[in-house]
Design a protein around this ligand. Structure first.
Ligand code: ATP
Ligand code: MG
Ligand code: FE
Length: 339
């Protein structure tokens, strides 16, 4: 099964060709980060326009790099949601046009299911499995009893982790996207500035990061008011330690509670070295099998969309051509219907 997958939910235009949902024949990513940096974040209208400019070229490149002719494809997959509506539309319109022109079925795909199934590009999944999703817009613990069946057992009540990283980075004087800067600083710091951990109710798998973000802003402002330079590295380390401690603890607790056979990590923040190291060490001690995709499959890419699309297609077949981009598409509702 050869799937051409298209991802345009945010600020990456990406197209991949995937064999049987696990073998990446090509994965072309055209990032708009440079364009958006000047604005300190992603500007939706600018993102849509950039997608339109490059999408045809990226599709051609993906086919060429894979050495695949359109006729050889089994289906065309595309991120249907969630994401920026204007950005999603570009991918959805392109995918529908190609499906029609080539006479191939269409597979509408969930962006977060894509992030989760990025792990299938690394290793065969065993169910039940637990996933810690840490991206720019999502922070969730997702339990999967079976292939393609998603149940969210914990989610952030305010900011997503990536969002908190980006806001903290901005307060510390770093450009968008700030996550990698905070990650690097945290490892350079000699000492952590003490910051709170937010656990919520004792039995809760939910997260909250806005209080932590405010605490960081307070520390920065207090230093400035005293005429001192804030201890940027120490703050980054304190922030990262707080985030990582809570994420690791709740993920491990969720694995045990759901008797998961594997713990999967995904989303842009899965590229965070501090988080990766802490999870690896903890899972090693607890004898939990942990899968973490390489960084290129953690941030937005189309290969992960192809992996999720394959699973959906095997169980539910294709998506009607009249489907529409859905910025609020629910992960749980996107679960395979066949069970
Ligand atoms: P979503 O998938 O929820 O729609 P998104 O696609 O915008 O959101 P991703 O591309 O998965 O998010 O991840 C981007 C986020 O990852 C940004 O917030 C960025 O700062 C963060 N990030 C990337 N690398 C690191 C890192 N090393 N440490 C911390 N955060 C990081
Ligand atoms: Mg992005
Ligand atoms: Fe994403």
């Amino acid at each position: 099964v050869l799937i051409l997958a298209i991802e345009t939910s945010c600020d990456e235009t990406s197209v991949a060709v995937i064999k049987d949902g696990s073998e990446v024949l090509s994965n072309i990513i055209s990032s708009q980060i440079e364009t958006h940096r000047a604005f300190g974040g992603v500007v939706p209208e600018v993102a849509s326009r950039k997608h339109v400019e490059v999408i045809t070229l990226v599709i051609e490149e993906a086919l060429a790099a894979a050495g695949v002719e359109p006729q050889q494809l089994t289906a065309v997959a595309v991120t249907q949601g969630p994401g920026l509506v204007g950005a999603l539309l570009v991918g959805v319109v392109a995918a529908k046009s190609l499906a029609l022109a080539w006479g191939k079925p269409l597979i509408g795909t969930h962006h977060i299911a894509g992030h989760i199934y990025a792990n299938r590009l690394v290793k065969e999944l065993q169910y039940p499995c637990m996933t810690l999703v840490v991206s720019g817009g999502h922070t969730e613990l997702v339990n999967m009893e079976r292939e393609g069946e998603f149940r969210i057992i914990g989610r952030t009540r305010d900011d997503a982790v990536g969002e908190a990283y980006d806001k903290v980075a901005r307060a510390l004087g770093f450009p968008y996207p700030g996550g990698p800067h905070v990650d690097r600083l945290a490892r350079e710091a000699e000492e952590a500035v003490p910051l709170p951990r937010v656990w919520l109710e004792p039995d809760s798998y939910d997260f909250s990061f806005s209080g932590l973000k405010s605490a960081v802003l307070n520390v920065v402002n207090q230093s400035k008011m005293k005429g001192l330079t804030p201890d940027v590295a120490g703050i980054a380390r304190g922030f990262q330690e707080s985030v990582v401690e809570v994420l690791v603890e709740k993920a491990v607790r969720a694995v045990k509670a759901c008797e998961a056979k594997q713990l999967l990590l995904c989303g842009g923040v899965a590229a965070n070295k501090g988080l990766r190291e802490a999870l690896i060490a903890r899972c090693d001690r607890e004898k939990i099998e942990l899968i973490i995709p390489p960084p290129v499959y953690c941030t937005d890419n189309a290969a992960m969309i192809g992996a999720a699309a394959y699973v959906k297609w095997v169980h539910d077949g294709d998506t009607p051509l009249d489907m529409v981009a859905d910025p609020g598409l629910s992960l749980e509702k996107w679960s395979v219907a066949a069970y």
